[in-house]
Write a protein that binds this ligand. Structure first.
Ligand code: ZN
Length: 95
C-alpha cells in the first residue's frame, strides 16, 4: 500500500503542504529527510531532466525547498499524519 509523502512548511499557519509528493512509501522517509537536511544542495541541483524515480521525487523536493529556504520543514502524509525524522536519516557527519 502506498502512502504519499509531502514536504510541509511548518512556518505557515496552517502548515503548507507541497503540491507534489516527495515519496510514495514509508521507506522514502530517510531520503526525504536527507533532502531536507541538505536543502541548499538539493535546491541548487533542481532540474526537470530526471532520469530515475529518485530524481523525480528529488526534483519535487527541490522545488519546494527552494521556495522555503529558511522555513521549518516537516513531512506529512496524504492522511495528514506528520512523520518525524527517523534515526536512520542521520548523516555520518552529524554529531
Ligand atoms: Zn515556508
Amino acid at each position: 500500500m502506498s502512502t504519499y509523502m509531502y514536504l510541509t512548511c511548518m512556518d505557515h499557519d496552517p502548515p503548507l503542504l507541497a503540491d507534489d509528493e516527495s515519496g510514495q512509501h514509508h521507506y522514502d522517509l530517510p531520503r526525504i529527510w536527507r533532502e531536507i537536511e541538505n536543502r541548499e544542495e538539493v535546491a541548487n541541483r533542481m532540474h526537470d531532466n530526471w532520469t530515475n524515480i529518485e530524481e523525480y521525487f528529488e526534483s519535487r523536493s527541490a522545488k519546494f525547498l527552494a521556495a522555503h529556504p529558511r522555513c521549518d520543514i516537516g513531512v506529512t502524509d496524504e492522511y495528514g499524519v506528520r512523520h518525524p525524522k527517523p534515526s536512520t536519516a542521520t548523516t555520518p557527519n552529524s554529531p
